[in-house]
Each structure stands twice: as structure tokens, then as C-alpha cells.
Design a protein around this ligand. Sequence first.
Ligand code: KG4
Ligand code: ZN
Length: 348
Amino acid sequence: MGTVMSERKEDTLILAIESSCDETAASVVKNGREVLSNVISSQIALHTLYGGVVPEIASRKHIEKINQVIEEALKEANVTLDDIDAIGVTYGPGLVGALLVGVAEAKAIAFAAKKPLVGVHHIEGHISANYIENKELEPPYICLVVSGGHTHLVVVNDYGDYEVIGRTRDDAAGEAFDKVARAIDLGYPGGPKVDKLAKEGNPDAIKFPRANVEGAPFDFSFSGLKSAVLNHINMCQMKNIEINRADIAASFQKSVVDALLSRALLACEEYGVKKLAIAGGVASNSAIRSAFKEACEKKKIEFYHPSPIYCTDNAAMIGVAAYYEYLNGTRHGWDLNAVPNLKLGERI
Ligand code: KG4
Ligand code: ZN
């Protein structure tokens, strides 16, 4: 019995919960790097009806699904709550009603099972997704976080130590993908659909702007690009020119890739870092991945990215982030609340 106990004690198991937007997710992660289960109940089909996430519906669905998703995550990992060392949960940023479901659930479980509670920043989760399949990756490195709600260029100095050096001034990269997809009738969520259609188009067919932000070389701006796409469509309609949706998708995507890549490479250069990671839903974009891979090879920079399943919202990434927060001594009390506009690096 002694050996079994001591073997198990060496491992740290986190039960993680994620409900910040439209995925209800739970996961069990071992020692911050090994995913024992990763259960995701997606609401995408439901929200597609409305062309975007409806917050009230998202919260209600989280409540319906969360217990089942957690039970499945424990079962799949072949563990019980007794084996778990801490409960990790996303407490911001995100939709307040959606976040509250996960936070309340995590508090209830942690209280009942007498386990420590570790609140996690959603973006810290996205960044940490890189540790799952890149066992050798360790800070410091640069990470570009591109999701539906965020576009951040981050220097990861250490586990839990982040410096945001660039961010979007208007739309997030994913938001731009979703809006352009809507404009060319591809539906929601637009990112994967633009990605697919772009493969059939010419990326040099239309010259869209690569917006720079004066005096802020690491910041992004995508609303001008989105307007340029809409103007192009209007112009075609007015002149009775047939709209080539594949060319629009490919040219728009190229403009986004150029904006992201140029700033990420500049950050590596200015900060003297030879490791670059990408994270967030948009990081699964095939053009972004191949352009980053090629450029990093040329510049002798190590390039890291998670598999698509760990790019979009999931709880495994929250489990990884919670593990490092847990090691750093982060513990939250029963007053942990959802913080919809939580800043990266801010502790509440
Ligand atoms: O990280 P995520 O699941 O949710 C947020 O935290 O926002 O990101 C969702 C976003 C959506 O805007 C979706 O269109 C975009 O990621 N996305 C993509 C691709 N797959 C998902 N964008 C471009 N190309 C893709 N292949
Ligand atoms: Zn996300």
C-alpha cells in the first residue's frame, strides 16, 4: 500500500473547468503536461442559428451540461474526485453569465471535496496549450494569442509571468474572420470556412490593407481590413462585377497572416527571443501555420503551436495553466467571482 500511495503522491492531478464562451468543457491533467481526458460539449450548432454566440443561451446550456461533462472527464481519466489535487477554473475574461456557471461549479466541488481552488485567466490557458504537445517548451518565449475575442502579443517571461507588448486596437483576428465570412455568406463560425475556401482562391488577387498602428509597432488593427473587404464587395455589386469569394477569402487571409507574422517576428528580434508560439482558435488556421513555420525556419526560430483541438476553447489548456499557478501557490477563496474583463497578469 505504501508504494501505491507514494507513487500517486508524486503526480499532481488537476480537474479543470472552462465555460467562458460557447463550449462547456472539463479535463483532467497530470503534472501540467499530460492530458488524461478532454471533454468538450460545443454549442456551436445552437448559436449558428443566430449567426453568433447568444450569451443568455450560452449560460443556460452550460448549466444543463456542466455536471455531465465533468463526470465524463473524471470517468475518461479513470480517476475519482479523491485523486484530484486541485480544481482549476476559468474566471475571466469572457461572458459573465457563462463564466459564472463554471466558477460556481468549481467552488461547489472544491468546497465539498475539500480541494484547493485555482482560478485561471482564459488567455493564460490558451498560451499554456502549447505545453501539452511540446514537452520541451519552457519560458521565456514569445506567444501570439489569436482568438475570437483576443489578439495579444505576449512575452512569456516565466510560468505565470506575462508581459503583453501588443494588442488589437479594435477587432480581434477571429472576429475579423467571422465578419468577413458573414459578408461572403459562409456562415458562423467563419474562421474555418474562410480557411477552407481560401485554398481555392488567389491571395494576390485583391490588395487589402495591412493596417499599422502609428507609434505602436506591436499593436494590431483589423477593422480597416474588414471595411476594405466590405467596400470591395459593394464596389463589385455596384459595377455588376461577379464576386469571387475564394479570392476575397484568400486575399483577406493573406493580409491577416502578414500583419500577425511581421509583428511576431519583430517581437522575437527586439526581445532577442528565439522561440515563438501561437495560440487561440485562429492559431489553427492553415495559412498562418505554414507562413509562421516557413519564416521561423528561415530565421532559425523554434516555432510551436498546439493541435487544432487545443487551439479552440477547451479545459485541458486550463488544467495546464492551473497546474503552474498551483505550483506558484495561487489559491482562490470561496469569494472567487467571474471577471469578464480580467487582464492578463492581473490577480484577483
Ligand atoms: O479561442 P476560441 O475558440 O475562442 C475564443 O476564446 O475567442 O476562438 C474562436 C475563433 C473564432 O473567431 C473562429 O472563427 C476562429 O477562432 N477560428 C479560425 C479557425 N478556426 C477557428 N480562424 C481562422 N482559421 C481557422 N482555421
Ligand atoms: Zn478562447
